[in-house]
Design a protein. Sequence first.
Lengths: 934, 327
Amino acid sequence: MTSLSSRDTALVDAAEPRVGFTVDGKPHTLRVPPTARLSEVLREGLGIEGVKVGCDAGDCGACTVILDGEAVCACLVPAARCDGVEIVTVEGLAEAGRPGRLQEAFWRRGAAQCGICTPGMLTSAEALLRRTASPTRADVEEALAGVLCRCTGYAKIVDAVLDCAADATTAPAVGAEVGAAVGARIDRLDGRAKVMGTDAFGADAWPEGTLLVRVVRSPHHHAAFALGDLDAWRRANPGVVAVLTASDIPGRNIHGVIPPLADQPVFAERVARFRGEAVAAIVGERAAIRALDLATFPVTWSALAAVLTPDDARRPDAPLVHETRAGNVLVRGLVRRGDAEAALSDADVVVEGAYTTGFVEHAYIEPEAGFARRVGDRIEVFACTQAPHMDRDDLAAIMALPPDAVRIIPSAVGGGFGSKLDLSLQPFVALAAWVTGRPAGVVYTRPESMASTTKRHPSAITVRIGAKADGTLHAMRFEGTFNTGAYASWGPTVANRVPVHASGPYLVPHYEARTAAIHTHTVPAGAFRGFGVPQAAVAQETLLDELADALGFDRLDFRIRNALTNGAPTVTGQVFAQGVGIRACFEALVPHWRERRAAARAFNATAGGPLRRGVGVAGMWYGCGNTSMSNPSTIRAGLGPDGRLVLHQGAVDIGQGSNTVVAQIFADALGFPVGQVALVGADTDLTPDAGKTSASRQTFVTGAAALRSGAALRETLLLRLNAGPDARLSLDGTMLRADDGRRDSASLDLAGLEPDAHGFVFAAEETFDPPTSPLDANGQGEPYAAFGFGAHLAEVEVDVELGRVRVLALICAHDVGRAVNPTLIEGQIEGGSAQGLGLALMEEYIPGRTENLHDYLIPTVGDMPRVTSILVEEADAHGPFGAKGIGEQVLIPTAPAILNAIRDATGVLIRDLPATPGKVHAALAAARAAGARP
Amino acid sequence: MQPFAYRKIHDVAAAIAQGAGEPNTVFLAGGTDLVQLLQDGIARPAGIVDISDLPFSSIATTIDGMRIGALAKLADVADHPQVRAHYPALATALGETASPMVRNMATTGGNLLQRTRCLYFRDGVSSCNKREPGSGCGALRGEDARAALFGASEACVATHASDLAVALLALDAEVLVAGPAGERSIPVERLHTLPGDTPWIDSDLEPGELISAIFVPRGAAGWAQAYAKLRHRASFEWPLVSAAVSLAVVDGMIEDARVALGGVAHKPWRAEDVETLLIGRELDPVLAREAGEAATEGARPLAGNAAKIPLLARVVSRALADAGGLP
Ligand SMILES: Cc1cc2nc3c(=O)[nH]c(=O)nc-3n(C[C@H](O)[C@H](O)[C@H](O)COP(=O)(O)OP(=O)(O)OC[C@H]3O[C@@H](n4cnc5c(N)ncnc54)[C@H](O)[C@@H]3O)c2cc1C
Ligand code: SF4
Ligand code: FES
Ligand code: FES
């Protein structure tokens, strides 16, 4: 019998209820504290880690299990009352150790991206299917309404469930011919563990006896603090093993993703600069740590004057967030071409507008989690991350260790979207394990994750755009202020990326864009899909509609006329001879635009009630990789003497699919079936640096490195076998064969060969760094080797009385260069546009107030319309097989397309996001007061 | 978390005795709100009495109406054929409550007695008279869009979050209560209290009193009803504002009316002036609009919640339009 009783000493009832229940068909009897959550008991008491926890509040549904036939949130069920019940978890859906039908369908459809919501989705769907063998789409959407997914946009999940209706059939697996993996809809190579619920995320697979860490954080926006007698406090709290503060850090108490500007302490010293900043960490036995009352922790605070907005931060008397940064300015960005001011005065029509957006939370369903252990004089950290090598280097400096004494083993990542590029929990667990000599782990609570990790930058943007009467864009001025929060994080990247992109994918001869990243006493703003470009696109793309209207042009036609083409200079003066696919994206939307607009007009003409429909379009472009900076990826691959073909794939797959895409590219370059490739994932001890998973760079950069590795390995093998370049390579056990059809095939037994240090008898290691050039003082130069392009069409229905907006359809055309795996790309488009919809309509993080997933709202399945993906393939010369990036950029055009559609429906443009019912209603009322329709 | 004693009790009298006898004891039903409050340290009871096995879960039609057990699950009530047929406002309100999983766990009694969603109450640290009597009210000068428009006090401006309670108020329902002094019934209208200077009190129940059932009178079954709720996303969210209406319409004329508002006060708010305005008139879009405006009469907004006023007007008009089959 297992007992959890020692785990939570707060619960003192003498007779802890003994409960007996079955889980996935197996009976269990155990004593549980009376209000221990069922989720906790299943995970910690019974080791069923397929049950995930995303919020502990009933908000996310990740913990859903089937209890006596009904789907319930295990985090809200007191385990004590489960006597006699029958529970089914994701692990019970497997059939004889293989994925069950529903799991198979999820895998096939690409319904699991990061996989953290998958167990909850599967159990909710299973409960439905047990009740209703042939559910309708509406039934499925209703059944899944309580499970949040931040990656997929839900479409593939709903489709997968419908595949399992009694009368439906699951599509067979797509096999890829040798040399034809690129372009095939093959199943995710890492999909099995995700649908089986066996993938190990940061909170899973901790060693026995792992100590728990709890972080003490500032409750104030800005405060001085003094720590009291920590030793006495520790002694007074049995089970607490150590209390860590800044003085315990062996190396430097600073980290940051952009080394020259690194400024964020692991633990604040004397002054805390944002609400949620860490000041200490408590390490101890799990039960003791959970039972702690942090109100007794010896720290005294004195609140200081805080600046929370850039406006306040720029007042002459404003307190400085960092002494060395005058005016609270972190960095400024500039791109200037031609003479924008003069050109605006000779434009025939000029439109302008001021826009604001708030903090946006990444809201991945997996809060930060992981553990560390000390192995002799080395430290190993198993945690969710998007950038293992950056973590290693920063952590080494913090721990005063050489980088090779730090090993980062990325866990499965339950969503990242940019925020898991920065260090979060790694220093706390590393330090705790180092000091105590025992493994130490932490799982952030949802409010803690939201309060302390990076956000999308709030922005205040003003734009003026001018055009000539003939419909050509002439000039644009852009001014953007970004609230970068208390620490630098990716603020400089936002400030530099935005001016390069703020023109949108158009030919703008006269251009000036200035940005500033301003410090405030708020949570640091960092990387979030698009690095500031989505905010800029909202302003620029909605103004294009006003401009087209003022000139009397069709809005889509106006964009097509002005779209960049091969050979035309961008606003940084870069000229691409090839690969500019924006026009093709817009043109792909033309028939839909005509059809939907006509339908919306017809609907409005006959609508008696409060509903009005409208259609909007918006375009985007996005540079793949770092802006004018080296950002190489290295891929190693080799053959072992046992005939195993191994690909060291160091690009962390946060759900976007790099494990699969990079392997597809490699397999085709080498000429082997992709099914034969064994992946070794990102692990700083084993796998060369494939850079960070951000900036839509993994397919483009790491994929190109994989292409080179595959080709290099092929060349080596052909040379050794003395075969021609077209020979077909194959492996049969340890026998390597080459067959070029002309003479007898050559073969070689790998078993007899001497392996190298990595265990390979043949190997290749290749690096790709996309060619860029630095930008000059006016921001002129070649910031990226390639851009991805895209355009979205949104159809909305606005309730003009309640101000409520429903998106009816999204049609998304993206130039991806080459669709390496169409299923995965659609998944990125559907998931990215869901985030864009959230940005447009409902998401705003307010420090101290919306720190959970019911006050901070992200779209549910019912909020998402059908998303149609149109893949345009304008091959890029640098990209592997022509491929470009897609991951980040997909959400850029969604929000402006939706805002344009609202304006099309109602005549009002919302310039302050999100467009909540209150704001839409107020704008409509103001328009009515001014005598406008409707 | 505070230490506390936990007992599961199978007998109504014993539950009442426990609840009344030991100070600071709470009942645990579905647990969807209470478990949260316990884990966050907002509820710090000395003892917990688990009532989930008491015989309060049946849903039955009686000669004079419907009796819905206090332990009936929201999902079961929402799906009940009689509820759907006769009390559409109730079915809609429950269908739009929380998520399917929560509805499978949550009970009707617990829903009525769920505590406010006020952010300052829930964060466990801000000053809040409801949580820490005398500590002040963080929401009063804060910017919580959920704050009350009606019936608030200097001490507390919180709102009651239940959808169910609003629908029940419009249906003239009662709660049946069993307690140390025997049984009694309380109209839903009087179940919840206004904050006044005792904001830590949410309801009229005495220590040890249990809700055993909700009674919805038969009369309401023949009335035209609707529930309209406004929120920021499609599912899984408490109301920003909501309205339930129930109209006795004879030959096109409104003979009697009940209008209840949600998300605007410390209790489901009955809009009697609107009822008076409706009675004796024929429902058309103009009247629906007029009634919506009238519902906002007397609203006292704070810094962050004024945007709710026009939305409230529209939600009321919408509920009326839905009830009357207007476009
Ligand atoms: C994610 C989420 C979303 C939600 N969204 C909504 C929503 O949109 N609309 C809405 O209305 N609600 C919503 N809720 C609230 C939910 O409906 C309530 O938490 C639930 O109904 C409470 O019922 P319970 O049985 O779980 O009560 P418990 O949590 O067990 O108890 C709640 C309170 O009621 C008392 N109590 C319970 N039963 C009795 C009884 N019979 N007699 C006396 N006292 C009793 C308890 O002592 C406790 O104080 C949501 C909840 C969650 C978690
Ligand atoms: S409104 Fe009421 S619940 Fe909210 S902070 Fe004030 S006293 Fe507390
Ligand atoms: S963990 Fe249970 S609902 Fe989020
Ligand atoms: S796949 Fe759903 S949250 Fe990542």
